[in-house]
Design a protein around this ligand. Structure first.
Ligand SMILES: [Zn+2]
Length: 139
């Protein structure tokens, strides 16, 4: 079930995908995240001729979120040709800003439409979150 707000988030991610810079893979990705404060940030993948410098759409969106003062997200949309889930690095990055992984919803959208709705906990059941490596404080 997608709400009007979820449809808005999906539309933002689709527009971001149109701005993807993917001349090497030609695999355009758009992402949008909704913070706990209700604001939305979009991102697209940005490739580089030095491939290791490539940045995923999800992390672009989260960088914008954090740089604009929000540190918790509740929903993530990823739009690709085939509805693929985020890469492992992005799932761990999403985990960093998830208060509760079971309550972060991901909408995986293909060109043909909504492919899957799932939680971060389902996609990354064993995230790295050692009690030995804790931040001093996270608001
Ligand atoms: Zn990624």
């Amino acid at each position: 079930m997608t709400s009007k707000d979820d449809l808005e988030l999906i539309a933002v991610a689709k527009r971001a995908r149109d701005r993807a810079y993917a001349p090497y893979s030609r695999y355009a990705v758009g992402a949008a995240v909704r913070g706990e404060d209700g604001r939305i940030w979009a991102g697209c993948n940005i490739e580089n001729i030095s491939f290791g410098l490539t940045i995923c759409a999800e992390r672009v969106a989260m960088a914008k979120m954090v740089s604009e003062g929000c540190r918790r997200l509740e929903k993530v949309v990823v739009v690709t040709a085939d509805g693929s889930p985020p890469c492992g690095a992005c799932l761990q990055a999403i985990r960093e800003f998830a208060r509760n992984p079971a309550q972060v919803t991901l909408f995986l959208v293909a060109e043909s439409g909504l492919a899957q709705v799932c939680t971060l906990a389902e996609l990354l059941p064993h995230s790295f979150a050692s009690r030995e490596v804790r931040p001093v404080s996270v608001p």
